[in-house]
Design a protein around this ligand. Structure first.
Ligand SMILES: Cc1cc2nc3c(=O)[nH]c(=O)nc-3n(C[C@H](O)[C@H](O)[C@H](O)COP(=O)(O)O)c2cc1C
Length: 622
C-alpha cells in the first residue's frame, strides 16, 4: 500500500490515506522484526542478520507472505541484536546470522519456540519466550519509544499507518495556535533536555516575542557520556520529532526550523534527512503544508561534538557559525536567540512528546507522573547493572524499580552503591535513597538532577572519589574557557582530586574543594559551570567517609586508586595453581606449582588481574 509518494493536497487526503494504510495492516501477518540502531548495527552487525533473514525468506519463496521490518533501537541493547517473530511475539536475543535459517524454519513457518535461543532471565535463571514476558520491558511505559518497533524509520508510510501526522492534521484543522499552546501548558510537559522548563510557557513567550522571523530548533547535541536516548529516538522515529516541530512552528508562528545534531550521529542524521525529504514530498513540510497555508522548513546543522554546544546560547552561536560559547541570558533566547531573533529550542524527546499530547489530550498526559513532573522519561541505564539499555518509565517510578525490576539488579550479585544521574554534571544518589521517586524535584533535592537522562549504576567496586575525578575531568576538558571561574576552578578541583586519589591528599583539601565548588557554580555564566560541582558535592555529601579514608588513612576502600592499593597472597588460601603467575602481565608473581605464591611489590602495577583470575579468593587487596 502506497500513494507512490504523492503530495497530500489537503488534510482529508492524508486522513483517508491513513485509514487505508491502517486497515491494510494485518496484525496476524507473519513478520520478522530486527533492530538496527547504531549500537546493534556497528557493534553487532545486525545488517548481516537482516540480510540473512531476507535471503532465507527469498530462498523459500515466502517474500509475498511474510514481512521483514527493520526498526531502530528496541531498547534492550545489552541483549541486541533482538529478533522478534510476529504474530506470536517470540523474542530472540543476541541473534547470530547462523541462527537465522532455524528461526525462519521453526518459528516463522512452524510457529514454534526454539528453546536454546531464548532469553534467560538473570534473576531467576528461567527461559522466557515472548516479548511480553521479558522483565526489562514490564515496568516500562514506552509512550515515545514504543512506536520504534512498529516502524521502519525510513518509511514515512509506516509512521502514517500508526497514526503519524494525525496530530498535525488535528491542529491544522481544528485549533488556533493559542489553543495548541494551552494544551501543551495544561499537559505539564517540561523540557527533557535537562532544565525541565515548562514547554508550553516557553512556546507562549516565543509566540509573543517581537520579531519578523522566528526559529524553532531541535537540540540533538546529546553530549553526556553514556547517554544515547535522543540519538535512538531520532534514528528510530524521526517523523515523531519532525511532527512535534511542525506543530511547534504553527503554535509559535515560525517558518524556519533547525535541528542541531552532533557529527558523531551519522545514522540519526541520515534517518532525519530521509524523513525531511519524504515529508516534503508528501506536502507535510515546506510551503502550504496540507493546503493549510502553513509554511515551515527544517535544515540540519551538524555540531562538532563539543559538550558545551548543547547549551542553548552556545548552540545558537555555533549555528550562526561562531565559536560555541555561551552568553549571559538576561535576555532569553525565546526573545533574542539565533541572529538575535526569537528562537524556541527544545530537546529531541520534548518534541517527540508533542504529537502524543495533541492526539490523546492534556488530561491524559497530566495523569501520568508526579505532581510537578508529568509524562514519561527515557533513561539510558548503563554501568554495573545486569540489563543495560534504554528504558522509558513514568515519572515518579523509584530508583529501586529501575535498577532492580527493569535493570535486573547489580552484575555478579555485587552490592549496589550509587546511581549517577543527570549526565556529567549530575550527582551520585546513594543506596540509602534507592526508594527515591524519580522526578525533577526529587533528584534536585537529592543533590543530583534529571539532566537529559543518563543513569550510571555503580557497585561496591566503584571509588566515589575516582568517579568525582572522572566527571570533573570531563567537564574541565569541555569547559569553553570563557569564564575564569569555570576554566580555572575546574582545573584546580581536578588537580586536588588527583592528589587525593594518588595518596597525596591533605585533610584541608576537602574544605578547599567545597569552596571551589561554590566559586565555580556561582561565578560561571552558563549551567556547565553552574552545575559542574555536582559530582564533587554529591559524593562529599554521601560518601565523605571515602574521601577521609583517602586523605587520612591513605586508603581507597573500593580498591580502585592504584597508589593506595596493595595486593598480597593469602598463604592459607593459595593452592599454588599458578594461574595468577601465568596471567600476570608484569611477571610480578613468583612461586612453584602446588606451593604458596608471592607478589613482588616492586614489579606489581596493581592491575588486579591476579585477583580476578584466582579461583580460591587467595589474592587479597588492602
Ligand atoms: C553544558 C550544557 C549542555 C547541554 N546539552 C544539552 C543537550 O545535549 N541536549 C539538550 O536537549 N539540552 C542540553 N542542554 C540544555 C539546553 O541548554 C536547553 O535547556 C534545552 O535544549 C532546552 O530544551 P528543553 O526545554 O526541551 O529541555 C545543555 C545545557 C548545558 C548547560
Amino acid at each position: 500500500m502506497s500513494n507512490n509518494g504523492k503530495r497530500f493536497k489537503n488534510i482529508n487526503q492524508l486522513l483517508a490515506f491513513q485509514e487505508e494504510l491502517a486497515s491494510s495492516r494485518d496484525p496476524k501477518r507473519p513478520t520478522v522484526v530486527i533492530c538496527k540502531g547504531t549500537s546493534c548495527l556497528y557493534a553487532n552487525k545486525s545488517d548481516k542478520i537482516v540480510e540473512a533473514v531476507r535471503s532465507e525468506i527469498e530462498r523459500r519463496g515466502l517474500t509475498s507472505e511474510v514481512s521483514v521490518r527493520v526498526p531502530g533501537c528496541l531498547g534492550f541493547c545489552e541483549q541486541g541484536p533482538i529478533l522478534i517473530v510476529r504474530p506470536q511475539g517470540i523474542f530472540y536475543p543476541r541473534v547470530k546470522a547462523k541462527d537465522v535459517p532455524r528461526i525462519v524454519e521453526e518459528s516463522l513457518i512452524g510457529g514454534k519456540v526454539i528453546e536454546d535461543l531464548l532469553y534467560i532471565d538473570p534473576a531467576t535463571g528461567s527461559k522466557l519466550a515472548y516479548e511480553g514476558q521479558i522483565p526489562f520491558y514490564q515496568k516500562q511505559m514506552p509512550l515515545v519509544f514504543g512506536s520504534n518497533k512498529e516502524i521502519d524509520p525510513k518509511q514515512i508510510d509506516d509512521y502514517i499507518a500508526i497514526g503519524g501526522y494525525s496530530a498535525l492534521a488535528k491542529v491544522l484543522q481544528r485549533m488556533e495556535p493559542e489553543q495548541v499552546i494551552e494544551v501543551i501548558k495544561a499537559s505539564g510537559l517540561r523540557g527533557r533536555g535537562g532544565g525541565g522548563f515548562p514547554t508550553g510557557k516557553k512556546w507562549e513567550t516565543c509566540r509573543k516575542a517581537k520579531g519578523e522571523r522566528k526559529f524553532v530548533i531541535c537540540n540533538a547535541d546529546e553530549g553526556d557520556p553514556g547517554a544515547y536516548m535522543d540519538r535512538s529516538v531520532l534514528e528510530g522515529n524521526p517523523h515523531s520529532v519532525l511532527e512535534g516541530m511542525i506543530i511547534g512552528a504553527f503554535a509559535i508562528g515560525s517558518e524556519e526550523g533547525f535541528i542541531y545534531v552532533r557529527q558523531e550521529y551519522p545514522l540519526a542524521v541520515e534517518h532525519f534527512r530521509v524523513a525531511l525529504e519524504q515529508a516534503e514530498e508528501r506536502g507535510l513540510l515546506g510551503k502550504n503544508i496540507l493546503g493549510s497555508g502553513l509554511n515551515f522548513g527544517v535544515k540540519i546543522a551538524r555540531g562538532g561534538g563539543a559538550f558545551v554546544c548543547g547549551e542553548s546560547t552556545a548552540l545558537m552561536a555555533s549555528l550562526e557559525g561562531k565559536p560555541g560559547e555561551p552568553r549571559a541570558k538576561h535576555i532569553h533566547t525565546v526573545e533574542k536567540g539565533l541572529w538575535d531573533l526569537p528562537s524556541n529550542l527544545n530537546n529531541v524527546e520534548t518534541w517527540a512528546n508533542v504529537p502524543l499530547i495533541i492526539n490523546k489530550g492534556a488530561d491524559w498526559y497530566a495523569s501520568i507522573g508526579t505532581e510537578k513532573s508529568k509524562g514519561t522519561k527515557i533513561f539510558s541505564l548503563v554501568g554495573k547493572v545486569n540489563n543495560t539499555g534504554l528504558v522509558e518509565v513514568p515519572m515518579g517510578i523509584t530508583l529501586r524499580e529501575i535498577v532492580y525490576d527493569i535493570g535486573g539488579g547489580i552484575k555478579e550479585g555485587k552490592r549496589f552503591k550509587a546511581v549517577q544521574t543527570g549526565g556529567p554534571s549530575g550527582g551520585c544518589v546513594p543506596e540509602s535513597l534507592i526508594d527515591l521517586p524519580v522526578d525533577y524535584e526529587r533528584l534536585t533535592e537529592a543533590g543530583s538532577m534529571m539532566g537529559s537522562g543518563g543513569m550510571i549504576v555503580m557497585d561496591e567496586e566503584n571509588c566515589m572519589v575516582d568517579i568525582a575525578k572522572y566527571f570533573t575531568g570531563f567537564l574541565k576538558d569541555e569547559s569553553c574557557g570563557k569564564c575564569t571561574t569555570c576554566r580555572e576552578g575546574l582545573v584546580q578541583m581536578y588537580s586536588i582530586l588527583g592528589e587525593i586519589t594518588e595518596g597525596r591528599g591533605r585533610e584541608e583539601d576537602l574544605a578547599t574543594l567545597e569552596e571551589l565548588c561554590w566559586l565555580v557554580s556561582e561565578g560561571s555564566l552558563c549551567q556547565l559551570g553552574g552545575s559542574a560541582p555536582n559530582p564533587v558535592l554529591s559524593t562529599l555529601r554521601y560518601f565523605r567517609g571515602e574521601y577521609e579514608a583517602h586523605v587520612k588513612e591513605k586508603r581507597c576502600p573500593a580498591g580502585v586508586c592504584k597508589a593506595l592499593v596493595c595486593y598480597f597472597i593469602d598463604k592459607e588460601k593459595c593452592t599454588g595453581c599458578t594461574l595468577c603467575l601465568k596471567r600476570c602481565p608484569q611477571g610480578a608473581i613468583e612461586g612453584e606449582r602446588k606451593q604458596v605464591h608471592v607478589i613482588i611489590e616492586d614489579k606489581c602495577v596493581k592491575c588486579g588481574i591476579c585477583r580476578e583470575v584466582c579461583n580460591f579468593g587467595a589474592v587479597m587487596r588492602e
